[in-house]
Design a binder for this molecule. Structure first.
Ligand SMILES: NC(=O)c1ccc[n+]([C@@H]2O[C@H](COP(=O)([O-])OP(=O)(O)OC[C@H]3O[C@@H](n4cnc5c(N)ncnc54)[C@H](O)[C@@H]3O)[C@@H](O)[C@H]2O)c1
Length: 318
């Protein structure tokens, strides 16, 4: 299969590209080595991938066209590239809209022209907003986002639905629930906490520790994306990729302390605007449509993350 993966040099993308290349797919990556976190880390990762790299920006139509020319007709498209992160989107809403909404429009338009086989879009649990009644089901209302980032992901899903309707382009929005594992973005809690706890430095701890996340190990997320590439699909769907096992911040810190073999020094801070109190995926639809089940429990995932942190590959990430 010919697959175009945007954001392939990033955290989730690099794991997906590795899995696809290992099973014999031909993969083209579009990535601009964005400066949201150190591009050197992404360049090192990209150099290890078995994929053709097109260096370019999603929000530049000509760059998107180059990527589609490289992958050829009828590609499978997995659109992961985005400005990620909830808190920074509050400071730069226009930038998030440019990359995540305008960029996704360019991708969809190019996908339809290339008669793409299907278009898989990286959405997010953040579309559910600030809710405390789990589990979050794909049929629930999503019209109360609490960050510009979440709003751009809702817009991305809506654009996918529109292109499915107008052009019969098969599209699926996958709502990822807090993904973690090797090469996790340095801005996310687990990688931040792990680094600080190992160094014995204070760990910023927002709120009272009762906020909870449905953490998903990246290998599980990649299995879900691969199922969305392979399985027969209706014209348009959105599907959660989570495990329905939320872990509180207090529990997470305890689990990281155990995996790190060291106690955390906590620096208590107030709740952050844009953060939601809870994420918890309903797993009914992902099971039914994709045969998906998250398999890796947090304790095991953290052990595997720490083993990677000690590896040679992680030298620049420590
Ligand atoms: N990590 C999570 O927990 C999580 C949760 C929900 C949704 N998501 C979504 O999954 C996707 C991948 O996230 P990630 O955690 O791997 O992030 P990441 O930042 O590691 O990867 C994103 C990649 O996209 C590239 N990129 C950014 N802007 C670009 C542009 N304008 N043109 C071309 N490439 C660009 C970056 O250089 C990077 O390599 C994103 O769409 C994100 O919103 C992630």
């Amino acid at each position: 299969m010919n697959v175009l993966v945007t954001g392939g040099a990033g955290f989730i993308g690099s794991h997906l590209v590795t899995a696809l290349a290992a099973r014999g797919d031909r993969v083209v990556v579009l990535d601009n080595f964005d400066t949201f976190y150190d591009p050197k880390l992404k360049r090192e990762t990209a150099a290890r991938l078995k994929a053709e790299l097109v260096e370019g920006d999603l929000s530049v139509e000509a760059d998107v066209a180059r990527a589609f020319a490289a992958v050829g007709p009828n590609p499978t498209v997995v659109h992961l590239a985005a400005r990620a992160g909830v808190r920074p989107s509050i400071a730069q809403p226009a930038l998030y809209a440019k990359v995540n909404v305008e960029g996704t429009s360019h991708m969809l338009e190019a996908a339809r022209k290339a008669q793409a086989r299907r278009f898989v879009f990286a959405s997010s649990s953040s579309v559910y907003g600030a809710r405390s009644n789990p589990p979050f089901s794909e049929d629930d209302r999503i019209d109360r986002p609490v960050s510009p980032y979440a709003a751009t992901k809702i817009a991305g899903e809506m654009l996918c639905a529109t292109f499915a309707h107008l052009y019969q382009l098969t599209t699926i929005g996958l709502r990822f629930f807090t993904v973690y594992g090797p090469r996790q973005r340095p801005d996310l809690a687990i990688s931040k906490f792990a680094k600080l706890i190992r160094r014995g430095e204070p760990v910023p701890f927002f709120g009272d520790g009762t906020t909870a996340r449905d953490y998903t190990f990246v290998e599980d997320t990649v299995r879900g994306i691969t199922a969305a590439i392979d399985r027969p699909l209706p014209l348009y769907e959105v599907v959660n990729l989570g495990g329905s096992r939320p872990v509180t911040l207090n529990e997470l810190v305890a689990a990281i302390e155990k995996a790190a073999g060291k106690k955390a020094v906590l620096e208590k801070k107030p709740d952050q605007p844009g953060d939601v109190p809870l994420t918890c995926a309903s797993t009914v639809k992902s099971k039914q449509l994709l045969g998906f089940e998250a398999r890796v429990p947090v304790d095991e995932g953290l052990q595997r993350y720490f083993a990677w942190l000690d590896s040679d590959e992680a030298k620049s990430w420590r």
